[in-house]
Design a protein around this ligand. Sequence first.
Ligand code: ATP
Length: 363
Amino acid sequence: MSLSNVTASKPVRDAGAQPIMEAEHLRKEFPLRQIKVFGAAQAVRAVEDASFSLYPGRATALVGESGSGKTTIARMLARLYEPTSGTLRFRDEAVKLGRGANLNDYRSHVQLVFQDPFASLNPVHSVRYHLSRPLRIYGHARNRIQETEQILALLRRVNLTPAEQFIEKFPHQLSGGQRQRIAIARALAVQPEVLLADEPVSMLDVSIRLDILNLLRRLKDEEQLALLYITHDIASARYFAEETLVMYAGQMVEGGPSEEVTQQPKHPYTRLLLSAAPDPTRVKNKDKGQLPARGEIPSLINPPTGCRFHPRCPHAMPVCKERFPGRTDLGNGHWTNCFLYGDGAQPIPYTGTTGTTTTARAE
Ligand SMILES: Nc1ncnc2c1ncn2[C@@H]1O[C@H](COP(=O)(O)OP(=O)(O)OP(=O)(O)O)[C@@H](O)[C@H]1O
């Protein structure tokens, strides 16, 4: 996807900006069916100790390889999965989890757009049906006239015009991009403050990905939506999202303003991701021996101890195997969880490759 005609993301948020949604120490395990009668119960340890905030009018990209836990995080935020532990806060109030939680009320604030626009719309129902349901359920339309007016307005907001030509169509009469616009319109019908977009363009034709990203960006700006943008593509994060969070095998390893995370990445995994996603605007130094991307994302049933990236990390030290490092604040909202940074550590200069030129602290 060419991103050259997408305007660069906004600078770092105001210091006083208030988050609308906060995730604190979220963890998710999926228990596995027990095959053995004896022995410890096994589980997929999909997300470990994830903490981050979403802000009105700002996009946060959640980036990582397949299986890193991105969708699990989005589903916990959408309340489709119960976190194993941790808390969610919405407008500074703890979200009631588990039984007795008012899911309808919660979902009037937080909506999820799925990756697959072919699976997310019911083939037997028209566009009118898909958009009228949320309007009715959430009490935004009192009668059919109001409902039709609002559906037409929603279609125009997602650039499906003339709206009158789309309202009675069925999913099979729409292209992938048009379906994704309907899925976005359906989420907007609820009038949410938080929109979770799980790889919203990855199943679309390359030629229309940019249009959908620009649509999401415009809606975020105009409606002051807090947007979580899940993607494999770290290069798109720089252009689309003000902030970027990087996940590896269930652990969050780096985060901060997108410009800093993508231009001055600190964690070796972020550097590896960037080296696999060439960005023509990033300065590369081809002479400084790039290390090949070693290995694959591990099994999350028996993940590596400590920092789960250590078996693939060109800078791994004994301590990396023993425990997961705490968060090191790098200034300007940029942070990483890596023993290469923090007290007494030698900074590792970024050469635009996964290789580096200095020796790190040995523990
Ligand atoms: N319902 C489930 N039951 C058991 N394991 C699950 C379930 N959902 C996800 N997982 C596992 O949790 C881990 C994280 O999966 P998740 O889908 O969140 O990753 P992801 O980063 O979104 O990947 P992708 O980019 O491929 O969608 C994977 O090992 C996955 O197999």
